[in-house]
Design a protein around this ligand. Structure first.
Ligand code: MN3
Length: 201
């Protein structure tokens, strides 16, 4: 058993102009693939963990030999975070359902206020990482958290619903140093049906 690079539900050019074909091909085909390859490589030293679902693997990294824990945490996190981001994007995006809108309103006041807070988290994060919308497992209360580098929500006991990658590789091809512009354009391709679906998956 080994992890594989998930194929996208859309073509590399389909998210343009938010993400160009060149940027997406590089990000998915090179960056994300490298996380998958390095994760599989590290798991050769931890075969007992290699068949776990990625969410569970990331909560049980301490069971791996010490010398590969960091590699599993970083590359497994990179694989999980990118997989979720690709899954929640689509050409033109999709609007939230009435019930999910209600939950956004309850947690953040309105969708606009949520977006402002999420963008502020994305822009304010120092260095590399992610802005992440998470739900608490049973109460399903929504909140926004920053994730440094390839940290994930799973070891915190939270369900990630939406992630915006703010590593420079995520936006430099299309936006150069303009991270705030990337964080704003991001909304044009967010598929809220897929965001909500993460609660059931
Ligand atoms: Mn990335």
């Amino acid at each position: 058993m080994s992890f594989t690079l998930p194929s996208l539900r859309y073509d590399y050019g389909a998210l343009a102009p938010v993400l160009s074909a060149q940027a997406l091909e590089l990000h998915h085909g090179k960056h994300h693939k490298a996380y998958v390859d390095k994760l599989n490589d590290a798991l050769k030293q931890a075969p007992g963990l290699a068949s776990l679902p990625i969410e569970e693997l990331l909560t049980r990294v301490d069971e791996a030999p010490e010398k590969v824990r960091t590699a599993i945490r970083n590359n497994g996190g990179g694989h999980a975070n990118h997989s979720l981001m690709w899954d929640t994007l689509s050409p033109g995006g999709a609007k939230p359902s009435a019930s999910f809108s209600g939950r956004i309103d309850q947690a953040f006041g309105s969708l606009e206020e949520f977006k402002q807070r999420f963008e502020a988290e994305a822009v304010g994060l120092f260095g590399s990482g992610w802005a992440c919308l998470v739900a608490e497992p049973r109460a399903a209360k929504l909140s926004i958290i920053p994730l440094a580098n390839q940290e994930t929500a799973y070891p915190k006991g939270l369900i990630p619903l939406l992630l915006c990658d703010v590593w420079e590789h995520a936006y430099y091809v299309d936006y150069q140093n303009r991270r705030p512009e990337w964080a704003k354009k991001f909304w044009d391709v967010v598929d809220w049906e897929r965001v909500e679906a993460q609660l059931e998956e």
